[in-house]
Design a protein around this ligand. Structure first.
Ligand code: GDP
Length: 417
């Protein structure tokens, strides 16, 4: 299932598709770049030999070269993005840590996330932080604890962003270019429109971390209504978290069915972003805390007692199933939305270039034809002149002959006398 215990790369992970698509589209653009380089040399040659409008063509070719360069720049930065929403303390940070298999984000009652935290991969050995205010000044990751207290003590703007760059070598998701964004609790009277503009327009997947102890709140619903107004068919997952505490309930199955019905009603009937069958693949009853503990245990960290509740295996299995469906979904969506655009633009660039080159060829063929005509006309003229000349020469010869004869006659006459 694209995963093994230590989070190492597995050859059939759906996430790989993104990297492969990215590489092949990058190779295609490299070819386009080569083609443009050739075109540029060709047009430059034509321009410098003084033929046609070589300079205008050259300018056009260079504009295309610039376009390709900027597409390749965007392409290099393209990634798969998932944003987590939900009210404070539902377990967003815990879920992200569980997926990353490492305690990267601060969690817990005392560590309310007041701003957006974005975890992304870096090629460095050590992790570091970047803030919006000082984007050029990496801050040491030792300060994650300071970060934690800063997040809960300092009044950061709810729409500000802190980027956490974490070594790709330590985490498979980051290595495969997934970027995970944690949001402030949706219960903090947020500016939803700003949140969407700033963090959601390039998101491939949204995960609503809900709470198995309560129903969806109005703010959560309103947010997703706004998202689906702005993005066509957003990919939404709902995690009914804290399902471990359900072991203390008597009527678990009944409660579960109620949650499922309500959430499906929200996704399918209210938001209308998916059908009922698909909806069943998007709602998961999990315990992120148990999932995190079990993954840390795989790496040698002992599980604190009391974390794993009865029946945890099923919840761990559900969490892993969620991850598999999520990986499938995010890679498909990112490949489609991100690379489809690049492919379209690449196609239009090569088409325009071909038209341009064909124009140049047509023009130069026309010029060639013109030259041939001119040469032919000149040759005809020469022929004519030659004939004229030979005619003239004959005439002159005759005349001279006549004159000579005339003179001879005259001389003869004189001698007679
Ligand atoms: P956030 O504010 O949504 O990011 O929530 P956190 O991830 O910080 O979690 C808040 C508290 O809930 C922490 O003390 C977590 O350990 C706890 N928590 C998170 N997930 C679960 C869970 O599945 N079950 C239980 N029992 N507690 C959880």
């Amino acid at each position: 299932h694209g995963r093994n215990g230590n989070g190492r790369m597995s050859p059939n992970s759906p996430l790989k598709r993104f990297g492969q698509a990215k590489k092949s589209i990058n190779d295609i653009f490299k070819d386009v770049q080569e083609f443009i380089k050739d075109a540029d040399t060709f047009v430059e040659g034509i321009g410098s030999s003084g033929h046609m409008e070589g300079v205008t063509c050259q300018q056009k070719v260079r504009e295309h070269r610039e376009k390709v360069r900027s597409i390749m720049e965007v392409l290099a930065r393209d990634h798969m993005k998932v944003v987590f929403f939900g009210r404070t303390s539902n377990g967003k940070s815990t879920t992200i840590n569980a997926m990353l298999r490492e305690k990267i984000l601060p969690t817990g009652i005392g560590h309310t996330t007041n701003c957006f935290l974005q975890v992304e991969g870096s090629d460095t050995q050590e992790g570091y932080l970047l803030t919006e205010e000082e984007p050029d000044q990496p801050k040491s990751m030792e300060s994650i604890k300071q970060l934690a207290s800063a997040l809960s003590n300092v009044k950061l703007k709810e729409s500000s962003l802190i980027r956490i760059l974490w070594p790709k070598t330590k985490c498979r998701l980051l290595r495969e270019e997934v970027v995970l964004v944690d949001s402030p609790g949706i219960d903090v009277t947020p500016n939803l429109d700003l949140w969407i503009d700033k963090f959601c327009l390039d998101a491939d997947v949204f995960v609503l971390v809900s709470n198995a102890e309560s129903t969806l709140m109005q703010a959560e619903k309103k947010f997703f209504h706004k998202v689906s107004e702005r993005l066509s068919n957003p990919n939404i997952f709902i995690l009914l978290n804290r399902w471990d505490i359900s072991v203390f309930e008597d009527d678990v199955e009944e409660v579960k069915q109620q949650h499922l019905d309500r959430n499906l009603e929200f996704l399918c009937d209210e938001l209308k972003v998916m059908g009922h069958d698909e909806g069943l693949e998007r709602v998961f009853f999990v315990s992120s805390r148990e999932a995190l503990a079990s993954r840390l245990k795989e790496q040698g960290t002992p599980t604190p007692t009391g974390v794993m509740q009865e029946g945890f295996q099923e919840r761990l299995f559900t969490f892993a199933t969620f991850e598999r469906v999520f990986e499938e979904c995010i890679s498909k969506s990112a490949v489609k939305t991100k690379f489809e655009q690049h492919t379209k633009r690449g196609k239009s660039i090569t088409t325009e270039l071909r038209v341009l080159m064909e124009d140049i060829l047509k023009q130069s063929l026309q010029q060639h034809d013109q030259m041939v005509t001119v040469r032919r006309e000149m040759a005809d003229e020469l022929d004519y002149m030659e004939k004229q000349l030979s005619l003239l020469t004959c005439e002159i010869k005759d005349k001279i002959k006549n004159i000579v004869e005339d003179v001879e006659n005259k001389v003869a006459m004189t001698l007679k006398d």
